[in-house]
Design a protein around this ligand. Structure first.
Ligand code: IPE
Ligand code: IPE
Ligand code: MG
Length: 261
């Protein structure tokens, strides 16, 4: 069934390998919301004698392919970790490089993403980024807001704990104003105060590059997510391996605290 999604013969040959895995996936067993911790750019670059930042540039190309694949598989939402609230601890030169890369990559890719019907969003403390970047992000959101394809969210200056604290602050203000009673607070209300409001819960978290940890990503939203860890560094991650992660997800039994069916 996936063959129908790919048009030109050139496109078909480019993605032949990708297809063999992707076409074997059962659309009914795909996750609605996939989150990716795109890790290992620095190690990838250093492994080939390059500076760490070369790995970030290479990682951008991987991201483009994965967004395209998610879009064609009709995955509802894809959220990727691009810069954490902890990543400010890195050298200025690396932080500056990343901020510039976000701006340049967005300018370069926005047209293609718009054509692919991708709806772009940003999560995290965006208001602390440079005014220029904020403006570019706002324009991308505005340009793609009516697109009906994959909801693609970039987590930038994002931390799960920070996001929960901000949600609590918003609720505390409502309590203080007499609009909300503490005992009436529900998990759904918390959902609605998070940056991911309106998105389905995260079904699958993929982390590349071998570290088995969450690093403060989507702590609330991934409460019942399945995890897929791979040794592959992010610049080497391919649509085929994305397909493998999706196949692995399809094979897991999710019980949500209940019993085996
Ligand atoms: C992930 O790659 C990208 C960001 C955190 C911005 P890293 O830069 O963390 O690469 P490693 O983990 O040091 O190899
Ligand atoms: C997580 O990777 C953040 C992003 C991928 C943006 P890190 O490389 O920052 O995580 P730690 O430091 O290994 O936990
Ligand atoms: Mg890392």
């Amino acid at each position: 069934m996936w063959k129908k999604l790919f048009n030109s013969s050139q496109e078909k040959s480019e993605i032949k390998k990708e297809l063999s895995i992707l076409e074997s996936l059962d659309p009914a067993k795909l996750p609605r919301h996939v989150a990716i911790i795109m890790d290992g750019n620095g190690r990838w670059a250093q492994g080939q004698g390059m500076v760490r930042t070369a790995g970030h540039a290479a990682g951008e190309k991987t991201l483009r392919e994965i967004v395209r694949t998610a879009s064609r598989l009709h995955i509802e939402a894809l959220t990727v970790y691009a810069f954490s609230t902890e990543n400010w601890k890195r050298p200025h030169t690396e932080v500056d490089f990343l901020m510039k890369l976000f701006s340049e990559a967005l300018a370069k890719e926005i047209g293609e993403m718009d054509k692919e019907n991708v709806r772009i969003g940003f999560i995290g403390r965006i208001s602390e980024l440079s005014p220029k970047l904020q403006e570019e992000f706002a324009k991308a959101v505005e340009r793609t807001k009516n697109n009906t394809g994959v909801k693609f969210n970039l987590a930038i200056n994002y931390g799960g704990q920070d996001e929960i604290v901000r949600a609590m602050q918003k609720m505390a203000i409502k309590v203080q104003a007499g609009e909300l009673s503490p005992q009436d607070i529900t998990p759904e209300m918390v959902d609605d105060e998070l940056d991911t409001a309106g998105l389905p819960p995260v079904d699958l978290v993929i982390r590349t590059s071998g570290d088995i940890r969450v690093s403060n990503f989507l702590l609330w939203q991934a409460a019942y997510a399945e995890y897929y860890f791979t040794e592959t560094n992010w610049p080497d991650f391919t649509p085929e391996e994305f397909g493998e992660a999706l196949a692995e997800f399809a094979s897991r039994e999710r019980r949500f605290g209940g019993l085996k069916k």
